[in-house]
Ligand binder design. Sequence first.
Ligand code: TYM
Length: 346
Amino acid sequence: MTTTNFQPRVFSGVQPTGNLHLGNYLGAIQKFVALQNDYECIYCVVDLHAITVAQDPLELKRTIREVAAAFIAAGVDPAKNIIFNQSQVSAHAELAWVLGCTARIGWLNRMTQFKEKAGKHTEQVSVGLYTYPVLMAADILAYKATHVPVGEDQKQHLELARDIAQKFNNDFAASIAANGHGEAFFPQPEPLIQGAATRVMSLRDGSKKMSKSDPSDASRINLTDDADTIAAKVRKAKTDPEPLPLEIAGLEGRPEADNLVGIYAALAGVPKERVLAEFGGGQFSGFKNALVDVAVDKLGPIGGEMKRLVTEPDAIDAILKSGAERADAIARPILGAVKDIVGFVR
Ligand code: TYM
């Protein structure tokens, strides 16, 4: 069963864990903006996911609003699309329980992000961190979403969501049919992982992903960085001694060069080939100046608007509340149907 029998619908989420960065923008938020013209889109600030690791409650409120502000500042229209925070729609947590009874422990044991995050402390981390990908599947399936724009690092979680959807459809096939839902209740959500920067790497180390939790602020460009900070970070970004190559093949084995070329391409909206046609053969210093210009051009207004929006928390809260009501109106009947299929009395 593919997504084709289902009404197209986009869902994606971003954790409110502070330090929204260029990777979040290029891997996800920039695509949210592009998709809004062609799809019904639901964009979620996933606060339930955030508390899988300890959060300061006051800081969490601030970062929830900041992520919503980032969506809007980047160009997501909150009137046309649904923007809300996850904890305001109880269907996420309720469906996660049902899907947790569908998912297998062996499947979760294979999740590489859990292994990275838990490190050696697998016995000490929260149960929530372990079952995190089940909640993520529930986020998507609560809306029968068919398309999920994410960065490369979420690919495995999306595969798990597809497996869970498939197993639910198989396990309950007879009940799904008996309740009038045909052959499949859930779609197979498709990851949208496209473009020149699906995995933006640290500016200090081309082998590490750009991340909110990297202790070095110089490793990432934050969406709220001002022009001088962006310029300083790009100029300090690690490179290698060779000039930029003329062809894509020449980026092989040069992770820092590849990363900067990918960032430029994604920000400028051109293929990497075009970037190399313009800058190949030249030194990094000239290319970095051009990269600063394109980064400041693109990110400056977004950061400025984010800072303005967060000074009006009541306005953001009103958007989140109205978004939650609209999200709930879609998810509630789907959750009700799941209850019928599973055999609950309601
Ligand atoms: P999160 O909050 O870590 O990241 C938000 C989005 O940014 C992308 N991303 C990157 N893309 C390119 N390069 C990078 N260095 C980079 N770092 C982050 C992520 O892939 C993501 O798209 N589990 C998710 C949130 C989530 C979700 C969902 C996403 C919860 N439920 C349902 C989609 C659908 C996460 O932790 O993203």
